[in-house]
Write a protein that binds this ligand. Structure first.
Ligand code: PMP
Length: 360
């Protein structure tokens, strides 16, 4: 007789896992990573540092060297830096600390699904505001939502995944001034936009900006993210996160990568040029609408069956992200900006595939 299995916590029983197919195809433009490996000199320096590291000892719990290096790079005091295993762990720690039972987090849909997913996992309820027709957050509507629901945490994703929309500093400030809620600006794609909220962070403002090494810094495999926040927030996060959560290889990589800032700036400039080239080319394709983007990806809508288009791209060896059945994103696909060759392969496959699915 099989013993009865324990079911998950009541509020998690209808939870769906993270669904984003990972296939081995020649052109993978589905998860917004950098198409480039880190510089070989970085890898050498990192391996040397790792060989010299005392692996029998726990890592520095305060990640001081890493936080100091990031603080210097961002022109911020070290007390405002909190680092974790990817910005997802930063967001999870924020919600474990400031969310939870009886508290709510606000999101503006359509946006990064992990904000509401992590909220639910931490027992935080979710209130969803809508974006405008051009996918921006309307400051007046956002303030009204915050006044009605009094969330503990407000997520603003800028540039927004998957739409690419960049919020103005005015919208960030309107939300910060609206209540005592913590406003979390998720800038996972911040380097690709023309402005950032990092410089708005201050010791007496409930504003947090999260960032990642997974995109520009070509380190998605290593899992490193951080946030810039008032020191009192950082102190609370440090109490909640597991001790020694950030492994030595990750901390070392985070410090050493910062030596390659000018190479990364060049990569950002190249990817932004490629993004605009891809967008300009998509504009010329009949049956496709393309949206503006401040990120390293582009959202497009096909006038036809978006899922069928996604499948036909896969059949041609090109994997993009299928949002065609998402609320407000009907028939939309999101394509990561890759190398010029990958982008050419995508554009060629798209031109063929669109002809097979679009309605005249
Ligand atoms: N925020 C947004 C908006 C993202 O798109 C992603 C990655 N998909 C993340 C956070 C998480 O990135 P990571 O955990 O790799 O830092």
């Amino acid at each position: 007789m099989t013993p009865e299995r324990l079911s998950p916590r009541g509020d998690l029983q209808n939870l769906e896992g993270y669904h984003s197919p990972q296939f081995d195809v020649p052109v993978r433009l589905n998860t917004n990573e950098s198409p480039y490996a880190p510089p070989p000199e970085f890898v050498e320096a990192w391996l040397d540092a790792l060989r010299a590291a005392p692996l029998n000892r726990y890592p520095d719990r305060g990640a001081r060297e890493l936080r100091a290096a990031l603080a210097a790079q961002l022109g911020q005091p070290i007390e405002r830096l909190f680092c974790a295993n990817g910005s997802n762990e930063v967001l999870q720690t924020l919600l474990l600390t400031f969310g939870g039972a009886g508290r709510a987090a606000a999101v503006f849909e359509p946006t990064y699904a992990l904000h509401s997913h992590i909220a639910r996992i931490t027992g935080t309820s979710v209130v969803a505001g809508e974006r405008t027709a051009d996918f921006a957050v309307d400051p007046a509507a956002a303030r009204a939502l915050v006044a009605d629901h009094r969330p503990a945490v407000v997520f603003l994703c800028s540039p927004n995944n998957p739409t690419g929309t960049v919020e103005t500093a005015g919208t960030v400030e309107a939300l910060v001034d609206a209540s005592s809620a913590l406003v979390v600006v998720d800038e996972a794609y911040g380097e690709f936009a023309d402005h950032s909220a990092v410089d708005l962070v201050a010791d007496d403002r409930p504003l947090i900006v999260s960032r990642t090494y997974s995109k520009v810094w070509s380190m998605a495999a290593l899992r490193l993210g951080f946030c810039v926040a008032p020191p009192w927030v950082v102190e609370e996060l440090e109490k909640v996160v597991l001790p020694y959560h950030l492994a030595v290889p990750t901390q070392l990589a985070g410090v050493l990568a910062l030596r390659y800032g000018s190479e990364m700036d060049e990569r950002v400039a190249l990817l932004v040029r490629e993004r605009e080239r891809v967008r300009a080319d998509l504009h010329t394709v009949d049956g496709v609408t393309v949206f503006p983007s401040g990120a390293n990806f582009v959202l497009l809508r096909v006038h036809g069956d978006g899922h069928a288009l996604w499948q036909r791209l896969v059949d041609r060896g090109v994997l993009v992200r299928d949002f065609s059945r998402w609320p407000r994103l009907d028939e939309c696909l999101r394509v990561t900006v890759g190398t010029p060759e990958e982008n050419d392969a995508f554009l060629a496959a798209l031109r063929e595939a669109v002809e097979e699915v679009r309605v005249a």
